[in-house]
Design a protein around this ligand. Structure first.
Ligand code: BTN
Length: 262
């Protein structure tokens, strides 16, 4: 089912796998807020809120996400049958799905990598981000999960903490517009969410590591109160970054900003 219109191509609204129910909006504050509102009203697993622009788009750690028309902004309502502790794995599923979609559509000039934890890079610059929000049930289970994804197609911020870019800047063809990317992304999300459901995080972790930025190399991890240096040793079975220290020890990092090290 589809409703509304958000920068749809002349041929009509995108056609998505049947598991998804598309709500297309021209403009909204934040698709995550709208998806959250719908989830609270009982929206089904697979509901996608897509907007042509956001006026109060949100990024991780309370940052804002500038959202002019021309990029892709969507939030997917999920009600997966998993433990609350496993929910964060979905953001790696999302990165892999988006990476595959961009690799399929953008051509060889855009090299896709993943920056821990949840960024998709275009030629080593940030091109997309994931914002995952959840609500637990009183019994400690998972009620809903909102998977928000923003992808720079036409525009990118020039004041970002990390160098950013867009698909257009990196040379993607002008036929790659939000509705086309949404179609391929939904197809890939369907595939990778099924892989996760049936085979667990192992296959997602392997796919993520294939395009991981900085794996095996020196990195700097900025935490709120300290900056750590070491080598990006591995991604563990829960999605945490394993940082190898100079003294041979390993520190498990569950949140932080990663930069290339010296
Ligand atoms: C990040 O900080 O890298 C995550 C950015 C997530 C932005 C997307 S755009 C669609 C959805 N709605 C929001 O308000 N945020 C997410």
């Amino acid at each position: 089912m589809t409703s509304g219109a958000a920068g749809a191509p002349p041929g009509g609204l995108p056609v998505l796998p049947p598991v998804f129910n598309l709500i297309a909006l021209d403009s909204v504050g934040s698709t995550n807020d709208e998806a959250r509102r719908l989830a609270e009203e009982g929206a089904a697993h697979g509901t996608i809120v897509w907007a042509g622009e956001q006026t109060t788009g949100r990024g991780r750690q309370g940052r804002s996400w500038t959202s002019p028309r021309g990029n892709l902004y969507l939030s997917l309502v999920l009600r997966p049958e998993c433990a609350l502790s496993e929910a964060a794995q979905v953001s790696f599923v999302a990165c892999v799905a988006l990476g595959e979609a961009v690799a399929a559509l953008a051509g060889k000039q855009v090299v896709v990598t993943y920056k821990w934890p949840n960024d998709v890079m275009f030629n080593a610059k940030k091109g997309a981000g994931v914002l995952l929000e959840s609500k637990s049930t009183p019994a400690g289970g998972l009620d809903w999960l909102i998977l928000g994804m923003g992808t720079n197609i036409e525009h990118f911020p020039d004041d970002a903490r990390y160098p950013a870019s867009s698909l257009r800047k990196e040379g993607a063809d002008t036929t790659l517009v939000p509705a086309i990317l949404l179609e391929e992304l939904a197809r890939q999300l369907d595939i990778w969410l099924e892989i996760w459901r049936n085979r667990g995080f192992r296959d997602i972790r392997a796919a993520w590591k294939e395009r991981a930025q900085g794996l095996g190399k020196p990195i700097e991890v900025r935490l709120p109160k300290e900056t750590l240096t070491g080598v990006f040793g591995d991604l563990d079975g829960d999605g945490a970054l394993l940082l190898k220290n100079a003294d041979g020890g390993t520190r498990t990092i569950t949140a932080g900003d990663v930069f290339p090290g010296a």
